[in-house]
Design a protein around this ligand. Structure first.
Ligand code: MG
Length: 382
């Protein structure tokens, strides 16, 4: 399919950090996507969660299924707007690679533990995974992805961190935009998690349809579905509503963005990057509806006492693991002890802490629970 002139393409790519010969039968971004899929961090997404702890039930989203849903929505948007589908798929599949076990509770706990050592931020960690932590190739550490994939993965960044990051950090200092592909995946992520948290929230019975009817975005689709299918109930009702919510957001996004792109008429990708404002966006009305849904989810789902109880445990586990490894590195597997010693030699206590954070962040939910038991439980003497 023909790409728009402002889409990312192999010919205008800013390339890879370590130069490699061009792939024979794939595009550069297909190669990036394939590298993500074969990475260890990608496989571990299967056992990491966002809201619900992994062993709570097989029906909830994990970070892996979330990433695949983001990729699906991204690919639809790419085709409609003639953007680079392979690049958008790459960014979508990679965007959560740096997440700790136990979702945001895990990230906050690790960030606090790393307070004196430069902090921890999952989005920055996603970039660290693809730039440094995956060890798969003889010629370089990391996956050596193209600039455009790395630019898309780094969604946000503090000025302090931007200064150390080099090329991908520049736009945060200059207050410029990333590619349209990166902008679109970012919003596809939002569409995916808002709608699947509604679905998982209902499934878990932490929230109810009656409560959700207070939210306009939900209510509109609820009225539409029940009008077309009187008597519909249960999972069919929920799924019909959720798919309509996704669809209405995608349609709003592509129509609003197409109009903005036409008005701005960027000649190429560089023109997109030079802008003060993003060209990919929801309409104002949809932004408002989205905010309302987010507020609802925050109050009724993310702060639900059962979710809070899980988060408290998760915080305790992550913090305890970090402390245990910091205080006694011999608790780490030998391979990680070697990595830690190298980092400590190069950067002192900061390097040591970063090595521990990398190790803990890489854990899946169940591995973290298991490791906590192995270290702290009196009944686990193996
Ligand atoms: Mg996400």
């Amino acid at each position: 399919m023909a790409l728009a002139p402002y889409a990312a393409s192999d010919t205008t790519s800013r390339g890879r950090r370590f130069s490699e010969s061009a792939p024979s039968y794939r595009s550069e971004y297909q190669r990036d996507r394939d590298r993500i899929i074969h990475s260890a961090a990608f496989r571990r997404l299967e056992y990491k969660t966002q809201v619900f702890v992994n062993h709570e039930g097989d029906m909830y989203r994990t970070r892996l299924t979330h990433s695949i849903e983001v990729a699906q929505i991204s690919r639809s948007i790419a085709r409609i707007l003639s953007l680079n589908e392979d690049l958008m798929e790459t960014i979508a599949l990679a965007h959560d690679l740096g997440h700790t076990p136990f979702g945001h509770a895990g990230q906050d706990a690790l960030n606090e533990a790393m307070g004196e050592h430069g902090g921890f931020e999952h989005n920055l960690q996603s970039l660290r995974v693809v730039d440094k932590l995956e060890l798969r190739y003889a010629d370089f550490a990391g996956l050596n992805l193209t600039f455009e994939s790395r630019e898309g993965i780094l969604k946000h960044c503090s000025v302090k961190n931007a200064r150390i990051l080099g090329d991908v950090g520049e736009r945060f200092l200059d207050k410029r935009q990333p590619s349209l592909e990166a902008q679109a995946v970012n919003l596809a992520d939002e569409i995916a998690y808002n709608s699947h948290d509604v679905d998982d929230g209902l499934r878990s019975q932490l929230i109810s349809i009656e409560q959700l009817c207070e939210v306009r975005l939900f209510r509109q689709q609820y009225d539409d579905v029940t009008q077309h299918y009187p008597g519909i109930e249960g999972r069919q009702l929920v799924h019909e509503i959720v798919r309509r919510i996704i669809n209405s957001q995608v349609v709003d996004l592509v129509e609003t963005s197409a109009a903005r792109i036409t008005a701005a008429a960027p000649s190429d990708m560089q023109a997109v990057r030079q802008r003060d404002e993003q060209l990919i966006s929801f309409s104002e009305a949809m932004t408002e509806l989205n905010l309302e849904l987010k507020r609802f989810l925050r109050t009724h789902l993310y702060r639900h006492f059962r979710v809070h109880r899980m988060s408290t445990k998760a915080t305790h586990i992550v913090k305890s693991l970090f402390d245990a490894f910091m205080n006694d590195v011999r608790l780490l597997p030998p391979e990680h002890q070697r990595i830690l010693h190298n980092m400590e030699e190069a950067r002192g206590a900061r390097g040591r802490a970063r090595a521990v954070a990398d190790y803990v962040a890489g854990m899946t939910d169940r591995y973290a629970i298991r490791e906590y038991e192995r270290i702290y439980s009196a009944s686990e003497l193996t």
